[in-house]
Every structure is written in C-alpha cells, then in structure tokens.
Design a protein around this ligand. Sequence first.
Ligand code: F6R
Length: 606
Amino acid sequence: MCGIVGYVGKRTAQNVLLNGLKRLEYRGYDSAGIATLDDTDKPHIARSVGKIAELENVLLVKPHKGHLGIGHTRWATHGGVTVSNAHPHHVGDVYLVHNGIIENYKELKEQLSEYEFQSDTDTEVLAALIDSNYKNGISLKDAVAKALKKVRGTYGIAAFSPNEPGTIIVARLGSPLIIGLGQDETIIASDASALLGYTREAIYLNDGEIAVCTEKGAEVFNLNLKHLSPNPETIEGDVEQIQKGGYDHFLLKEIMEQATTLHNTLSGRIDPEQGKMHLGGPNLTAKEMRDINHIVIVGCGTAYYAGLLASYYMEQLIPDLTTEVVVASEYRYRSFHLPQNSVALIVSQSGETADTLACLREIKKRGVKTLGIVNVIGSTIAREVDGGTYVHAGPEISVASTKAFTAQVVTMVMFAGMLAEYHGGNVELIAKITKELSILPKEIEKTLKDHREDVKNLAKKYCKYNDALYLGRDTAYPIALEGALKLKEISYIHAEGYASGELKHGPIALVDETFFEVFNILDNWLFDKSIGGLHEVRARGGKAIVFTNSKAEIEADDIIRINSKIKILTPLLLNTLQQLFAYYVAVNRGNDVDQPRNLAKSVTVE
Ligand code: F6R
C-alpha cells in the first residue's frame, strides 16, 4: 500500500526521499512523487506513473537541490493511476502526501467550492481543507489540526508550506508514521525500513497525534494542540536485512533464510532438555493461564492459514480447550460472542492490516484479552494488544508472505505448549514438539538444500498449466490452502486449496488432464485415506505431484520425498518446498515475483 517519506536536514532531500521510497517499494504501488523546497524556499514537484525508476528519470532531467521534502508511493484507491492523481498534492500554500482514506471527502469537496481540483483523489481535498484553514496568520500545524478534526477516515500525512521553510508537519490516525531523529536531521517514514542506516532513534506517532518536525527533532501534540512528551524508541534491524543478499529476489532470500529467522523466533523460548516452552510476552498470570477455556485466532490470508495450522496443534496439546480460527474481514462485522475466559490471538506479519486491527478493537470491546502474534515491531496491532509475542522473522520485503508464516505457526505452537502446562496437557507430546522445534531450523535448511534443484525442475515442468488443486488432510490441510494461495498470488495460475476429503463433494468435477494437483501426504494414520484421493485424481487424467515424508510406494507423476527427523511438524517442511515451487513457477512465467500485480504488502485499507 502507499508509503510516505519525509526529510529535513543537511543532505540533499531528493536523494534521501528516493532512497526511502525504494525501501518502501515492496509495499506495492503504482505511482510515485516528491515535493521539495529549494534553498530560496521555492517549491518543486516531480511525479510519475510506474516504478520509482520513472521518477528518477524525471529527476535526472530536472534535479531537486533542496534540503527539505516529502515523498510518496501511491497504491490507487480514489481515482486511476495517473500523474495528476499521484502525490504530493499541492493546493494553495500546502504540499501534502497522505496514506489512508478520507471517507467524507465528497462532502468536504462540496464545502470547498472555491477550489479548482486537479485530481480525483481524497488527498487533494484534504490539502484544500488544510489550505482553507491556513489563513489569518495561524501556523501550518494549527491549520492541519483544525482540518483533521473535520475528517472522517484514516490518515498518515506529511505536509509543508513555503511560508514555513524548515518545517514538516506530520499526523496519524490509523495509518503508521514514524519520526526518525538523527544528528541535525529528521527523517519521516510510514515504515521503519526507510529509516535504517540514518538513525536508530524514533518516535512512533500514536493515533490522534500531530508533530512539527525540523532538523533539530520533533514536537508532538494532540489535535487539541496539547503538548505531549513521547519517549523515543529504538528501531530494530539493519540495512543488510532489507537487501537481497546475493539472491535474485527477496522472495527467494526470505524462503532460503528461514533456518536463520526461525532460530531468532525460537531463541530463549524453548528448553528441549526439560521439554518445555516459554514465551515472555503474553503477560498472563498463572491463574489467567489456567482459566483460559477458549482461543480465537484472527488473521487474513497467510496469517489466517498459520492460525489454522496452529489450531490443530493446540487441540492436540490442550485437551480441555476449544479453538476457532476466523478470517478478520468477516469476523469484524459478525455479531460474535466469545465465552468468558477466552483469549484472542491476533496474527499479523505487518501489524497494520486494517481488518485484523478492526477485529482486535471489536474483541477488546467485548472485554476479551488480546495477544499479538506480530512480526513488525512497534506496529499498530503490537501497540494495541494487551500482550503478545513478536515472531522475530525480520523484515519481510517480498509481498508474498513466507518466513512469517513459519514463524507465526511456531510462535503459536510455543504459546500452546506453554498453555498446555497449565491445563494438564499431554506432557509427552509437549516434550516431543519441543524437541522437534529445537531441530526445526536445521531440518528446514536441509530440506531446502536437498530438494531445491528437484523443485526447480518440477516448476519448469508445470509452469505452463493454468489450473491447480492443492490437497491435504489434517495438519497438511492448512498448508494445502497456503500452497494454493502462494502459487496463485505470484504465478497468477488459478489454484485452489481443499481438504482432501472434500474432493468428492465438488472439486473433482474440475479434474482433467489440464489440471495438476499438489498432494501433501503425511506419514501418519491418515496416510491410506490421503492416497485414496490421489488415485481418484489420477483416474481422471489429472497430473499429481506429491510432497511427502512417507517412504511407502506412491503412484504419482512426480514425488518429492523429504527425509527428516521431524514428524509432528512435517507440514512446515513441506510448506517450504511449496513456497519454493511457487517461486520457481512464477520466475519461469516471467512474473514480478516480489511485487505481484494488484497486491500490496500491508493492506491498511478495507
Ligand atoms: C499472502 C499474504 C497475505 C497476508 C495478509 C495478512 O502471501 O502475504 O495473504 O498474509 O494480507 O497480512 P498481515 O500478516 O500483514 O496481517
């Protein structure tokens, strides 16, 4: 989704803005622009449709030399992908970039009839609203605060005016904004990755706050202009983590580095000798842990599937617990009821997904404790939950989620293992899973290494197909769903995930020689039943690929057999191969794997 960068200091603003915008490219966008003030306080704007490289071309012809500016990557919501709809917008004396949606922009536009609008955007209306308040000697900060009080919707904004050189005003409501505090420079961004390498000290703006940024730092206020004193926080991560590190794509890097990131997820949280798991973040007393009788897991897309897989393990580990896993975009609008002593796990890589955040707020309204299973540190969900645990997967740049899935599942399994201790859970199983977790990073590394070439060849063979079915039973079912999602989003092949047992209830009607099927078959008590589905598909001419840890004879068109000490957590190993398969299929089809069409990394609007 949209990204914001701002700079005031001694460096050439254009360079910092372009560098920052490139770091935000992964979020998905369709146009970009910057506005700067030169040293004679003259404003300049450059905007272009397409990639940042297009904007760079514009700036190559006419470089901006000033030391203050704002920049934006736009993911179109109101109005098409055109230069005039790209940000920054300029109305009167106000230059503005905006993330989010102004819901009452039509109403406001009618009230601002003295303005001639150049774009179809809600942002230009907001710029006009600010400009209309920016009269009679009031400051830009006061004008912005006045305007924002009239706005319904969400925003993260950065604005400047040539009348107040050296100052950028920022504000947020429901859309992140971080102010990086450097030595004689201040860098603003909607995502901490744009600040890496400039400073580690930052103020995370809260909803309803506005800040005046100069090269000397930032002063923060609420919308009633009461002065606030936020404590600066430390930004985690380094520049290396947001670079490709020798891989062709971020996606491949993120798949291949899962052993390392998982090590971080597990660090200090498991004791394989004692057979115990422990997470510090949930902030629940022993009594609260004992009292939990129901867990609802909330997420979207891959995060939802991670929750679904984790729920299978939770049920095995904690016999007296009920679980439900819900899609956030639906749950937020349902008249749901939760039993007393429920706990909600809010799963989100970005920590900014609008539907997941809305669910969190709905659940809190019902007095239920919320725990975050979040990757991005300092994100909105991480800040609003009652407690929780970071999954520590490191920055996930590629739009398709891979390493975060593995880290989310593992973190929820650790939560379940810890909770099981308070519920007289199956001690033997807790110990077994703890042991498996301790070797999981190495086993993931080995699986990817052993089968990378095989998977690459498989992808070459199947990349021309247009339809695929992914099937699995029990804990292989959520990864069938996840495998299909991964394939469709980056390869654009139509792919559906089903529980193998559902085949006969409809999807088998689709199967013919134009389809390929991916079967995830576990070496467990459901093996024979899983094989049944495979036979049914092959009898109808469908091509069958099998990912399995079984050594038994299986008739399929292609089989990838993993050989691992892991048993219970095998779905996580199979899933890494599915990720690799989707990646190579997409590469073979010549797609932009890191920024697939129409998708955004962090879905901050409904
Ligand atoms: C799929 C994918 C999406 C996200 C979903 C939730 O590869 O990336 O389905 O998983 O948009 O995002 P987060 O986890 O940031 O809440």
